[in-house]
Design a protein around this ligand. Structure first.
Ligand code: 5GP
Length: 191
């Protein structure tokens, strides 16, 4: 049996690094949202690991909900087209909404979600993302809280996938180029 760890070229952020980030962000959010009841919206599926750890570090009354918007196909490049594939249960009217996202790349997904919450009548909309990939930003969108910057590499683990896999790696790593090449070869005749 091949290990999922074999798909990782090198580790970028260890479990300890991630714990430091969630602790720092949780403390900051606890301070900034003091006295408020927050609606924490997790972006499925990538944000779930981060969202759970972050929530445990937030000493605030929180409601939680999930949204799934898809802009990525099975590969590593954004398609640019965004649709809601799983909607919130909550009514966001008059709520302080905090969107939790794994990684911001072009910014299109985050901008779409933020605009959507505002359109639906949220009182405030901010976001907290684990990784801020600024190099490929094509949309102006404010990232109020983030764990750390990341370069222009395709990362996997801690919620983030490649073709649906590797989300359950407990750390964040860079995918081996061979894994992407093998996948592309296998699927080159799909379209
Ligand atoms: P954006 O709309 O900002 O271009 O893309 C945001 C989404 O693309 C993220 O929520 C994430 O699902 C995906 N994404 C962007 N960069 C990466 C990456 O390096 N690794 C993985 N696994 N997903 C990424």
């Amino acid at each position: 049996m091949k290990s999922i760890h074999d798909a990782v070229d090198h580790k970028l952020f260890s479990e300890e690094d991630i714990d430091e980030m969630t602790t720092r962000l949780g403390k900051q959010l606890t301070k900034d949202y003091a006295g408020k009841r927050v609606l924490v919206v997790g972006a499925l599926k990538g944000a779930i690991f981060f969202m759970v750890d972050l929530l445990k570090k937030m000493d605030l009354p929180c409601d939680i909900d999930f949204i799934d918007v898809s802009s990525y196909g099975n590969g590593t490049e954004s398609s640019g087209k965004i649709t809601v594939t799983h909607d919130l249960e909550a009514d966001v009217t008059g709520r302080d909404v905090l969107i939790v996202e794994d990684i911001v790349d072009t910014g299109l997904t985050l901008k779409f979600m933020k605009d959507e919450m505002i359109k639906r009548g949220a009182k405030s909309v901010k976001c907290c993302v684990l990784l801020n990939k600024t190099a490929r930003r094509t949309t102006e969108v404010e990232v109020e809280y983030y764990g750390t910057h990341v370069g222009n590499e395709f990362v996997i683990g801690y919620g983030m996938d490649f073709a649906g896999l590797y989300r359950n790696l407990p750390y964040v790593g860079v995918i081996k180029p061979q894994v992407v090449e093998e996948f592309s070869k296998k699927h080159e005749n799909d379209n």
